[in-house]
Every structure is written in C-alpha cells, then in structure tokens.
Write a protein that binds this ligand. Sequence first.
Ligand code: FE2
Length: 212
Amino acid sequence: MSARSMTEEDYLKSIDELTLYSGCATLSQISKLLGTRRQSVYDEIGILVDRGLVVRSGKGKYLLSGSGRREANKFLRKHRVAEILLWKALKLPWETLDEEAMGIEHGMTETIISRVCEIYGCERSPNGNPIPGADGEVAVIDDIGYDEAIKLPRVEISRVIFETRDIMNFLAKNGIMPGSQVNIMEGRMFHSGSANVVEIPESIARAMRYQT
Ligand code: FE2
C-alpha cells in the first residue's frame, strides 16, 4: 500500500475509522493504517486542520469536524459501493474487499454507483456499513459498541467498523461476519462456528458493532 500516494480522502477515511474504533485518531495510528511515514501524516493533518476538516482533540489526537465528516462520508459512499461491486460482481474474497476497493474507489463516478446500486442493492456494504448519500448524509444505525455488548449474554454482529488485514483475516478464517451470533461468558466473547467455538479477542471485538 505504501507504493500508492495517499489522498485527502484516504486520511479522512482513516480518521473516521480510528475514531469509531478507539475514540480518536493519533498520528502513529494513521501512519500505521495507511503505511505512510509519520512526517507525511503530520504534514497532511496540518493541512486538513487548516482547512477546517479535522480538529485537534488534545495533544496528538485528532477528530473529524462536521464538514470533515460529510467529506469522509462522500468518500465512504464510493468505497463501500466499490466493495459491493467487488463482492457481488467479481466474487473477491470477503476479507480482501476493503483493501481491494482502494484500487478502484477513487474512480467510482455517480453513474457507476447508481448502476451498482440498481443491480445489487446498496442497503449496506458487505461489512454491514451503511452507504452514505451523494450529499454526505448517512443513516444512523441503531447498534452498540463493545463496552455495552460485553455486558449482555448474547449479541449479533451488526458490522465491522475497523477493517485491517489482520482483523479481516481472523474474522474470515473463523466464519465471523455481520449476522453472526456471539455468546458472552465471564467478560469474554465467543463465536460458535460449524466446527468449533472461537474466542474473539477484545482488540478484534472492538472493531465490530452489535445488535441485540
Ligand atoms: Fe471498507
């Protein structure tokens, strides 16, 4: 991924994902996620702060502003519809969709998006995330995070909100997807696959949201 130069859209998407995953985005998290040097991240974030798309929230911590969120959503529309196309039309493996979508998402025009949605439907992405409108507005999904889910006896996975290669590989290997059932015992999460019971580590469980 480091061979590709990162765009403003890539930065906004990664700040959005990191904020959903851990409450805010730090320079080192963004650098690791994008495979980009920390200095480049620092420079780019400074530009986004100056443009009012990103705000500082404490030392070295960043969040999207209201307009940054709308811009991120416009890009997430392209990204998530690209994932639908790769999943439904090209039958690429589920765990590779987020990464492969990076190859085509910047070229997703509204004509292509409308056609994909017409043919395959655009209710949710293959990872369960809502598809924002062309205006950057997105439906609010009524689901809960790890801290609430862990207190319940049983939940269903609603979506994957933080899609790194390691997380996606773990989920795919164990047949864990949106719609999968999770049992909670003594503060630990378990998924019962067809062959065995698998514990979902907290670092991966925090990358998903749940419904009861
Ligand atoms: Fe994705």
